[in-house]
Design a protein around this ligand. Structure first.
Ligand SMILES: [Zn+2]
Length: 270
């Protein structure tokens, strides 16, 4: 099981790409720039401060609940996600490997100290009272599209232990996925009968390569995704549908009563 941004759009977290796979957002901050340039960090954190409230308020949706149910029924042995929103874990999926990390965690690049993103948000807002958090157009990963005013006046908090550079514990563009995570996910693929892709166009190679590996291992691959995926030529089955209804239907057919997502509508069953 490999999930992507489309799994979380029903939780109100916007996707990266439209149905034709076209990139919809402003250029992300690259890892090399973030590490080397204070200006890139100001740009990142200013946008992140604006985008965080929406991410913090997001709740698991029907797709997360159905996948947790399929996992409880052992139809799904491992969820590998490209998402950094932590919603699979919050829906109760205990097998999740978050390939690209979790945006709710922040790490110091100097001492390795860890902080919650919520605590860093408090520090950001306290240090930058003149930068609003409400007017932004939210984007994936807690990013946001904000006006391109100079970021010079934006104050980026440092590590409370050593004064080092703080970075969200997510894999940036230009940064590799940690090898132990890839190895663990690849081992799960080798032990599985088949692979299901949910809500991803697979445009990013760190996700697509699992399809290449599955094809090389002669495992059938299916996908639930609105629009084209990079792996379309490799698929045995494609459902061009929203993830929530398709997965809920699948979980019910396979004998599971999907857990109701927290804060979601009540489902009456007759
Ligand atoms: Zn530190």
């Amino acid at each position: 099981m490999l999930t992507g941004a489309g799994t979380s759009t029903e939780s109100g977290i916007p996707g990266y790409r439209d149905a034709d796979g076209r990139w919809m957002r402003a250029a992300p901050v690259l890892y090399q720039d973030f590490v080397r340039l204070a200006a890139a960090r100001r740009r990142y954190w200013r946008r992140s401060m604006a985008g965080w409230p929406l991410l913090a308020a997001a709740r698991p949706n029907a797709a997360h609940a159905a996948l947790a149910s399929l996992e409880a029924l052992r139809h799904v042995t491992r969820i590998v996600t490209q998402n950094v929103d932590g919603l699979h874990e919050r829906a109760g999926s205990g097998t999740t490997i978050a390939l690209h990390g979790c945006v709710g965690d922040v790490v110091c690049l100097n001492c390795g100290g860890r902080f919650s993103r919520a605590a860093v948000q408090q520090a950001l807002e306290a240090a930058n009272p003149y930068f609003g958090v409400s007017a932004a157009d939210a984007a994936p990963d807690g990013d946001a599209n904000v006006a391109d005013d100079p970021d010079d006046a934006f104050d980026v908090p440092a590590c409370a232990h050593c004064g080092g550079v703080l970075k969200p514990d997510v894999v940036f563009f230009g940064e590799g996925v940690p090898k132990d995570r890839v190895d663990k996910a690849r081992a799960a693929l080798e032990e599985s009968d088949a692979m299901l892709v949910v809500g991803s166009s697979l445009a990013v190679y760190s996700g697509y390569r699992f399809c290449e590996w599955a094809a090389a291992l002669r495992k059938p691959i299916a996908a639930i995704n609105i629009g084209r995926t990079r792996a379309d030529p490799l698929l045995a089955l494609k459902a061009n549908e929203p993830c929530g209804p398709a997965l809920t239907d699948l979980a019910e057919r396979l004998g599971g009563a999907p857990r109701r997502p927290r804060g979601g509508p009540a489902v009456s069953r007759g």
